[in-house]
Design a binder for this molecule. Structure first.
Ligand SMILES: [Zn+2]
Length: 246
């Protein structure tokens, strides 16, 4: 079966002199791997399509027995030259790509994560987001994957979480409890600033996040609590230079 689809290249490697393998996020089928026979010498069929971060239109087909898929053609949609020209931007983008590779399975519909990733790459390419940008991306991917705590009401009494008092985020249940209910709740105490930041990430997209100027203490709190949340729900921890499934 032939498929033509938009993809973002996650990584590539050689497996024979002229042949490559390519791992990518498909807009419709999650993370996929395909072989590009003759890929390292065929500029006509694949010109510029194997660089990580590139957004590409790929035509793939399965082999006769359906055991692997081979690339037939590729055309470059967007090369993200602004990312490639800046080592810091490359670091931010690479972190987002590694997270996608670890968090997104082979599945039917990955349109939302695909849109989120391309929008995130657009922002890194055109603006100069700070080092916390990938954290917001990771949190948003977790929310898009269906792990969506309600940051607006107390999960125990149902009252709106509008007061300025700290709340308790029960990472395992994915619920927030207000100050009055939290007496015997298990979880991380978080400030209202952190609560509102997470609610805001849930409601907005990457284009909005560069304007956010957060105090260091709130950034740290967002980092700590969301990393624990993703370790628990997505089973992912950052280790050395990659995400590891736990
Ligand atoms: Zn309550």
């Amino acid at each position: 079966m032939e498929v033509t689809e938009k993809v973002v290249i996650l990584k590539t490697g050689k497996f024979k002199e002229n042949d490559l393998w390519v791992k990518y996020l498909s807009a419709t089928r999650g993370v996929q791997t395909a072989f590009a026979f003759g890929g390292s010498r065929s500029r006509r069929r694949f010109g510029g399509c194997f660089e990580p971060f590139s957004q590409v239109l790929f035509k793939t087909g399965a082999n006769k027995t359906g055991t692997y898929q081979a690339l037939q053609e590729g055309s470059l949609i967007k090369a993200y030259s602004g990312i490639r020209a800046d080592i810091r931007k490359m670091g931010l983008a690479a972190n987002c790509l590694k997270f996608v590779e670890a968090a997104v399975a082979e599945r039917e519909d990955s349109r939302r994560v695909f849109a989120l990733l391309t929008e995130t790459l657009d922002v890194i390419d055109e603006f100069d987001p700070d080092d916390f940008f990938p954290l917001f991306f990771r949190a948003k991917v977790a929310f898009e994957q269906g792990y969506t705590p309600d940051f607006t009401i107390c999960s125990r009494c149902g009252k709106p979480l509008f007061s300025s008092r700290p709340v308790v985020f029960d990472v395992k249940k994915g619920g927030i409890e207000c100050f009055d209910c939290a007496g015997n709740a298990a979880g991380d105490v978080i400030s209202v600033g952190t609560l509102r930041t997470l609610a805001w990430i849930q409601d907005t997209g990457p284009a909005n996040w560069t304007a956010l100027e957060l105090p260091a203490v709130i950034r740290q709190e967002c980092f700590a609590v969301m990393d624990r949340f993703m370790a628990y729900h997505l089973g992912l921890v950052w280790e050395g230079s990659n995400y590891r499934k736990i």
